[in-house]
Ligand binder design. Structure first.
Ligand code: KIV
Length: 286
């Protein structure tokens, strides 16, 4: 099957689709609790969404795009407009996965009403099915406000990168009894508030397993445990685009090296005038 699609801008869907396919739904994801593991990856562009879509159940337009795409020092400077632009691109490039867009720092914490205004823009302007927001018990009223008004919410607990200043870094969470208990009560609060799924990031494995057993919605792990209901990774990390990554990242390729080698060959051919060759140039017709 060719993976080279062109974007059909009249339908905002990848065209041609490899097979008629209906997009997965939030209730279908919810029903996967304790069943087949949910496959989730981040995507930030239409082309990457096209390539990943058939392999995934959910595509996450993560605010990790701040670091991955924009070279920012953390996720904190990411704006709602950035999330909406990339969210719309990922929806245009996919036809199967549930697309979830991260709520950026500052767009949802102040009040449930603020969160609703921002999240409704995300759904209306991208076509995504759901939003993800970071935080535990303190965010439960907001999760409830959104989910009871038609905005499906994925929670995010444990290591929450938007709270890096409060947490003091990106180290694993749940090493003390107090932290362990807090993360369990965060999970319970977010699930009870109506999150249809939650990400648990960077926690000790037994804690990830306890969270998964504790709540009735699917728990997606990252730096957590294979026993979670699904897994997510940042696509550029798993493709080997960065030299340094967190311990929990498994590199499935070494794209940085392959890009370096391709660029080396290109530069060499430009400098020796061997590119463009006959095949890449237009010749007069006889
Ligand atoms: O922003 C992101 O990519 C995320 C994942 C790491 C879960 O939140």
């Amino acid at each position: 099957m060719s993976t080279t699609y062109t974007l059909d801008t009249s339908t905002s869907r990848a065209h041609p689709t490899p097979a008629p396919m209906k997009r997965m739904t939030v209730p279908q994801i919810q029903a996967r609790k304790g069943k087949d593991p949910i496959v989730m990856l981040t995507a930030y562009t239409a082309r990457m969404a096209q390539l990943l879509d058939r392999h995934c159940d959910m595509l996450l337009v993560g605010d990790s795009l701040g670091q991955v795409i924009y070279g920012l020092p953390s996720t904190l400077p990411v704006t709602l407009d950035m999330m909406i632009a990339h969210g719309a691109a990922v929806v245009r490039g996919s036809y199967h996965s549930v697309v979830v867009v991260d709520m950026p720092f500052g767009s949802y914490e102040a009040s449930p009403e603020d969160a609703f205004r921002a999240a409704s823009r995300v759904l209306a302007e991208t076509g995504a099915a759901a939003v993800k927001l970071e935080g535990g018990e303190a965010m439960a009223p907001t999760v409830n406000f959104l989910s009871s008004r038609g905005i499906p919410v994925v929670g995010h607990i444990g290591l929450t990168p938007q709270a890096v200043n409060a947490l003091g870094g990106y180290g694993a969470r749940g090493r003390t009894n107090a932290e362990h208990a807090k993360i369990i009560s965060d999970a319970r609060a977010i699930a009870d508030a109506g999150a249809f799924s939650m990400v648990v990031e960077g926690v000790l494995e037994p804690l990830a397993q306890a969270v998964t057993a504790e709540v009735s919605c699917p728990v997606i792990g990252i730096g957590a445990s294979a026993q979670c209901d699904g897994q997510v990774l940042v696509i550029d990390d798993m493709l080997g685009m960065f030299e340094r990554t967190a311990r929990f990242v498994k590199r499935y390729d070494d794209l940085a090296t392959r890009i370096d080698e391709a660029a080396t060959r290109y530069a060499e051919e430009v400098r020796t005038r061997t590119f463009p060759g006959f095949e890449q140039t237009y010749q007069p017709k006889d």
